[in-house]
Design a binder for this molecule. Structure first.
Ligand SMILES: [Zn+2]
Length: 264
């Protein structure tokens, strides 16, 4: 599969009607019994959080999935829609799904929000109203056994991921790559985003407290979860391929979801 060659200096591929996508997410979620919550409203947009519980498990694995924090990364919200529509969730899991953290960015096809603030650098001392609202929502939730942040990278040569696993839990990185490579090329680069990479896997040695501009994943690993993955689809490939890559990655995690610590 060849890159499209459209992305020069930024993302120049397909865009989405985010209002229509979110309407479809909400309708499909309602049909499949999800619990919706609106945790923020501004500029005519609503920030939606969805929770899906299994009725049969007393100690579910809690899995958090968010996407759409960068408005020039359309595969994430489309992957959220596909996952909700397909409705294949493990029986022992409780899923928390935030299908779009930056709806205004999508109407502008830009990384930042309406004020062009990169929301994914605003989690340490948040200045934006939407990230303050998101953190307030996160503080009301239980701890998660695992988090997934779905992204795209306009420069990459294939799919890759970041793993945060400070307690050396059983890694799911290889099985994510194994599943994704059936539908999308993996970035073979030995250096991605200035970090050493191997077969599309980056295990960054992050000094959280030395960075002032925390992405969402730093907040999550500090406050909400001890294992997580940021999945990066390559946005110079066809949109359907990137959606399939993110969906395959999420499904690989769900298939190997860690057992809830509260059940041990
Ligand atoms: Zn991103």
């Amino acid at each position: 599969m060849q890159k499209l060659g459209k992305n020069h200096g930024g993302y120049h591929g397909d865009t989405i009607d985010i209002r229509a996508v979110l309407r479809d997410v909400q309708a499909s979620a309602q049909a499949h019994g999800w619990f919706p919550e609106i945790f923020h409203e501004a500029g005519g947009f609503k920030w939606l959080a969805l929770r899906h519980s299994s009725p049969v498990t007393r100690h579910p694995s809690r899995i958090y999935i968010s996407t759409g924090i960068h408005g020039d990364e359309p595969a994430g919200p489309l992957a959220a829609l596909k996952l909700v529509h397909e409705n294949r969730w493990p029986k022992n899991a409780e899923i928390y799904l935030l299908p779009c953290l930056n709806p205004a960015g999508f109407t502008l096809n830009q990384r930042g929000n309406a004020n062009d603030i990169d929301l994914n650098r605003d989690y340490r001392n948040p200045k934006s109203a939407e990230i303050r609202a998101h953190i307030a929502w996160l503080e009301r939730q239980p701890k998660f056994d695992l988090y997934l942040c779905l992204h795209e990278d306009w420069e990459s040569h294939g799919f890759y991921l970041y793993e945060q696993n400070p307690d050396s839990k059983t890694s799911l990185a290889e099985q994510i790559v194994e599943a994704v490579q059936r539908v999308c090329p993996i970035d073979p680069s030995q250096t991605i985003e200035d970090r050493p990479a191997k077969n599309g896997i980056i295990r960054p040695n992050i000094k959280l407290h030395e960075r002032p501009d925390w992405p969402e994943a730093f907040y999550l690993i500090t406050h909400k979860s001890r294992l997580g993955y940021t999945l990066e689809a390559p946005s110079d490939f066809p949109l359907l391929t990137r959606v399939s890559a993110l969906v395959a990655g999420v499904n690989a995690v769900l298939a190997g979801a860690p057992i809830s610590e509260s059940a041990c």
